[in-house]
Design a protein around this ligand. Structure first.
Ligand code: ATP
Ligand code: MG
Length: 567
């Protein structure tokens, strides 16, 4: 049950009722009981890939809690597994966290900075008789571990003396033993119903060059041992992680208690964010990148943070999305349409609405003076006057969308067809008079006449027309490439191919339109800038491939959808 409270400071009469999620309720309790003074959370990525939207949830959740309670938020790399980790990933993760607006406290932290303390903690356990050096092979350890229904078997090395363990562990550290030949194990309970408590390995011998500590160490701590210690050293109060660690919580608690930390951190689990028909797992994204199915980790069809950024998503939209999704204890999957809704809502009022023709067809106004260019005042955003107006050139020769003309229109088609009159957006009324066709019978040019009395904003109150279409003057048009996207996943087949585990890729996920025409209002525009193209959606200048003289736009999202905000 969620408790409801009224946020302090809200003006009387417009009090906002905010429901607290289960994590907030736990933290409230810890504060009330005096267990927590200053809340400290952290985001602990492993630098083995790019962050994705699921990580964004974790970042914004942890940072949001720190902010809400006036506490601290740490960014700490969980770099205890050197084989898969790379500095390239460290850089991209820092830049993504900063882009999301999550301000971490002090310096970026690394688990590897605490290797010395972890070693000392292991020695403490050995001295307390709570850890031992074991010579079983990985294979044997697995066999001895038992199953969910059968208890495990104790290792023959379990009862080594403290002195012997101390000596062997030090020798492990000093490189006396080959990789994999010995481990340090926590001495807990081989009969525990929780397999994680059956004397888990806490240190292994492995000669691996670490991106931070180089070859200083040839023993490395295991995640379940290292993580609680990292949290405790940093004074983390609430270590928030995803549900798959629920069964590891008793071990987390065992470590902080046996090592003897005062005010130990506590672990709280929440459900991972999944999007329906979207590839989120790092492993799968990596494979798509390696197979060249996508154009790198930041391909706009992916949901890595780098990709969402390149596509034109904003941190505000992602924050809104996470708010709507909420925090939960049970796994579920969210529709991508909700993310689309959030970016649309964010950009709607903020961005200028430009005219861009994606599938051009030429329109000639026969009674408009040849060579004349007229600059019309066009509001940048009809719903937000603060964005002002701009001058858009108008002339005898225009581009319109091919679909805005039909020679033989169906019923209820209100756009251009022979004899019909429409409004050219922010300009004049035109009436279609004629068409020019190529040798195959395709319409290549539409002719019309305009009525000078109908200029937009002139106060003309004569006839009404049912259709309004957008246009771009040919003489001054800017040619650009526009990329349209559909889901990378073939939704009919689902994400994963059941036979070989590969991703079912939608062959139409990318459409490249090379000869689009834009009004000439993009001087000084740079990668990452975004706009609404009237009637066509929101678009962002590609930060990788666009050049000032050859603009490339990514469609962020179309304008309309059937998505309804859940109540
Ligand atoms: P993946 O499974 O995609 O490879 P991971 O869990 O291995 O991700 P880490 O770098 O270990 O990636 O994760 C850093 C933090 O992000 C962890 O606290 C993890 O629980 C959290 N996290 C990862 N994926 C999600 C998700 N889908 N939703 C919410 N939090 C997530
Ligand atoms: Mg992981």
């Amino acid at each position: 049950m969620e408790k409801e409270e009224i946020r302090a400071g809200e003006a009387a009469g417009e009090k906002e009722v905010v429901s607290r999620n289960f994590i907030e309720l736990e933290i409230d309790k810890d504060i009330a009981e005096g267990k927590t003074q200053v809340v400290c959370t952290r985001f602990p990525p492993e630098p083995n890939g790019y962050l994705h939207i699921g990580h964004a949830k974790s970042i914004l959740l942890n940072y949001g809690l720190a902010q809400e309670y006036g506490g601290k938020f740490n960014l700490r790399f969980d770099d205890t597994n050197p084989t898969k980790e790379k500095t390239e990933f460290v850089q991209s993760i820092i830049s993504d966290v900063e882009w999301l607006g999550a301000h971490y406290d002090g310096e970026v932290k690394f688990a590897s900075n605490y290797f010395e303390e972890m070693y000392e903690a292991a020695v403490t356990l050995i001295k307390k008789g709570k850890a031992y050096v074991c010579d079983l092979t990985a294979e044997q350890i697995r066999e001895y571990r038992g199953t969910l229904t059968e208890p495990g078997k104790e290792s023959p090395y379990r009862n080594r003396s403290v002195e012997e363990n101390l000596k062997l562990f030090e020798e492990m550290k000093n490189g006396v033993y080959p990789d994999g030949s010995k481990t340090l194990r926590a001495k807990i309970d081989m009969a525990s119903p929780n397999i994680n408590m059956r004397d888990p390995v806490i240190y292994r011998v492995a000669r691996m060059t670490h991106h931070n500590t180089g070859d200083t160490w040839c023993i490395y701590p295991m995640y379940d041992f290292a993580h609680p210690i990292e949290d405790a050293i940093e004074g983390v109060t609430h270590s928030i992680c995803t549900l798959e660690f629920e069964d590891h919580r008793p071990l987390y608690n065992w470590v902080v208690e046996e090592v003897g930390y005062e005010n130990p951190p506590r672990q709280i689990e929440f459900a991972k964010l999944y999007l329906t028909n979207v590839v989120t797992g790092k492993r799968y994204i990596k494979r798509l990148v390696e197979q060249g199915i996508v154009d790198g980790w930041d391909d706009p069809r992916l949901v890595t943070i780098a990709a969402l950024r390149r596509r034109g998503y904003t941190p505000e939209a992602l924050r809104k999305f996470m708010e709507l999704v909420g925090v939960s204890k049970s796994n579920s999957s969210v529709d991508y349409a909700m993310l689309d809704y959030c970016i649309r809502e964010d950009l709607k009022m903020k961005k200028p609405r430009m005219m861009a023709v994606l599938h051009p067809l030429k329109l000639v106004i026969d009674n408009y003076p040849e060579g004349q260019i007229e600059y019309l005042d066009v509001p940048n955003n009809q719903e937000n006057e603060a964005l002002g107006t701009r001058k858009v050139p108008f002339s005898r020769n225009l581009y319109i969308e091919a679909e805005d003309f039909m020679e033989v229109p169906p019923k209820k088609y209100f756009r251009l067809y022979p004899g019909n009159e429409v409004r050219l957006m922010s300009a004049y009324f035109v009436t279609c008079t004629d068409v020019v066709k190529d040798e195959n019978g395709n319409v290549v040019e539409v002719h019309c006449t305009y009525d000078p009395e109908t200029k937009s904003g002139s106060g003309f109150t004569g006839r009404k027309v049912k259709g309004t279409i957008h246009w771009v003057a040919c003489e001054t048009a800017v040619e650009a490439q526009v990329r349209l996207y559909e889901n990378l996943v073939d939704e009919e087949k689902g994400v994963y191919n059941k036979e070989d585990g590969s991703v079912n890729v939608n062959p139409n996920s990318l459409t490249v339109l090379d000869h689009c025409y834009l009004e000439p209002s993009f001087e000084g525009a740079v990668g990452g800038d975004s706009y609404q193209f009237v009637r066509n959606g929101f678009f962002c200048i590609d930060s990788k491939d666009s050049r000032p003289d050859a603009l490339v736009f990514n469609r962020i999202v179309a304008l309309k959808s059937s998505f309804k905000l859940p109540k």
